[in-house]
Write a protein that binds this ligand. Structure first.
Ligand code: F6P
Length: 499
């Protein structure tokens, strides 16, 4: 077989491809959509660009030739079972994930995991270097691939390289724990533009660069002395969803009928509350269950009036912390249901599955209250999906202050999920809120989500990336050295169009 030598002007690199390989009980292999917000956000971007997507097919020891799926050219990168264990489950999801989410769970530091992370990042960089056209653009995604920008630049200095971090970047006091903290920062600085969800994340990153490498930062610009002197942009680009697609689905008669059916199947309670999360300890699922359980125990509500639907899609099930979390959540759900459900009314409908988008939109339409109680979250696209789906201006969004979405969705009922009494009060407030007040808030939220959709996110990032390459040498600017440079506007001195 001859090797495919086609190259692409635009290449996305992420840990997972947009589809995972699955094998059914009869041994037949097929593909299904990958979990998580990253794929949701990038799929429409890829459809608009004739590019290639480099990623892992989601199963160990699977060596698949490049193929086209749904109009997107996919370039699979194989991982061995040991690499899945060390690079993906280990370093990515048991070191970086808890560390970057404010050490909600204890990160584990193992040198063999790090070695595997380096090796696998090199493989992704090599694959991207092979498929990228001369002078092309490569957009690397997320914390699993933070070394790729530097590795790619070393091989292909002709490329324009972007990086986007979908999860938070922690404050220096936490980041400093990482034994390989310098290598990661150096890896990221191989990019021309490094995007973050919030201004605070970009600020944390720049601070780490100053502390660890002693480089000068000027607002959103970082002066990197390597490669003859470059300027790197570190800036917030809050990610979003394909808002109009959610609106379109919410307007279809079939989905509206399904929403009605869901309400009926749940016994037509006055209030349906909904939680939709990957089963992850960062999502604060336990906190919301605790609050609901206490409200029932204190007779502030009854199961006849209020029911909670909790969709918890399976995630990272071989990582110990996730296994423990599942047991803990399912024990709590069982206890609450045992204590409060009746023959005709269930307190919590707990669903350990992922659902197709149509069904999710029906659930959003059926739910009077959406509960997003993350303890730390890069953005939380579920909050935005709920808002985009509420074309009736109905429903109330309870949103954690610790989700990136709270920076934009200020008309939500913001909550500190650690404050269980505060959370309980917010739930009661949402239930009792007048339809007029709900509609007023929802209208304002919808305006935000419809304006800042995923197309706007990607074009803002890619415009910044293009501007970084056509840039004139940066003029000396103000040296920023304060500890609170979190929400700076980027006004590039003589560096192409301001964004
Ligand atoms: O955004 C965080 C993230 O890790 C994405 O990179 C990923 O697509 C999603 O969550 C799901 O995680 P995983 O690929 O580990 O199942």
């Amino acid at each position: 077989m001859t090797e495919d030598t086609t190259t692409y002007a635009f290449v996305v690199v992420s840990n997972r491809l947009p589809v995972d390989r699955v094998v059914d009980a009869d041994g037949n292999a097929g593909w299904k959509k990958s979990p998580g917000g990253l794929v949701t956000a990038l799929e429409p971007v890829m459809r608009g660009n004739d590019g290639a997507w480099v990623g892992w097919p989601g199963q160990a020891d699977v060596d698949v030739e490049p193929f086209t799926s749904d109009g997107i050219h996919l370039v699979p990168v194989a991982l061995s079972a040991t690499e899945v264990e060390r690079y993906y489950e280990g370093f990515s999801n048991d070191t970086l994930w808890p560390l970057y989410h404010d050490v909600i769970a204890q990160p584990s530091y193992h040198r063999v995991w790090w070695d595997s992370y380096v090796e696998v990042n090199q493989r992704f960089a090599d694959a991207a270097a092979r498929v990228a056209q001369q002078g092309g653009t490569v957009w690397v995604q997320d914390y699993q691939l933070q070394l790729v920008p530097r590795m790619l630049r070393d091989q292909r200095p002709d490329l324009t390289i972007g990086f986007f971090n979908h999860i938070p970047f922690p404050p220096y006091g936490i980041y400093a724990q990482l034994p390989w903290r310098k290598q990661i920062i150096e890896g990221l600085l191989g990019a021309d533009v490094i995007g973050f969800q919030r201004g605070a994340d970009a600020g944390n990153f720049s601070r780490a660069v100053r502390r660890l490498l002693n480089y000068t930062t000027r607002g959103l610009l970082i002066d990197v002395p390597e490669d003859g002197g470059r300027t790197v942009v570190a800036k917030a680009f809050p990610i979003s969803i394909d808002s109009s697609e959610y609106e379109r689905l919410a307007a279809t008669p079939e989905i509206q009928a399904r929403a009605k059916q869901i309400r009926e199947d749940l016994g037509n309670p006055k209030t349906i509350m909904l939680g939709v999360d990957r089963l992850d300890y960062t999502k604060g699922i336990g906190h919301r269950l605790k609050a609901f359980g206490e409200l029932l125990a204190e007779h502030r509500m009854t199961v006849e009036d209020v029911t909670l639907v909790q969709v918890a899609s399976p995630s990272r099930e071989r990582v110990e912390t996730y296994r423990l979390l599942r047991d803990e959540i399912e024990l709590t759900v069982g206890r609450i249901n045992g204590d409060f459900s009746t023959i005709s009314h269930t307190a919590i409908s707990y669903l350990h599955h992922g659902y197709p988008r149509d069904e999710m939109v029906a659930l959003y339409l059926a739910a009077d209250i959406m509960l997003v109680t993350a303890l730390r979250d890069g953005m939380n696209l579920v909050a935005k999906e709920y808002v985009a789906s509420r074309i009736d201006n109905g429903g109330a969004l309870i949103l954690s202050e610790f989700a990136g979405a709270a920076d934009e969705l200020k008309q939500a009922l913001l909550v500190n999920p650690h404050d269980i009494d505060g959370l309980k009060n917010r739930i009661v407030e949402a239930i009792e809120m007048s339809p007029k007040e709900r509609a007023k808030r929802m209208r304002a939220l919808r305006k935000k989500v419809l304006e800042n959709d995923v197309a706007r996110w990607s074009s803002a990032f890619l415009t910044a990336l293009a501007a970084s390459k056509s840039a004139l040498p940066a003029e000396p600017g103000e040296v920023v050295d304060d500890e609170d440079d979190q929400d700076l506007e980027w006004l590039p001195p003589g560096r192409g169009p301001a964004l």
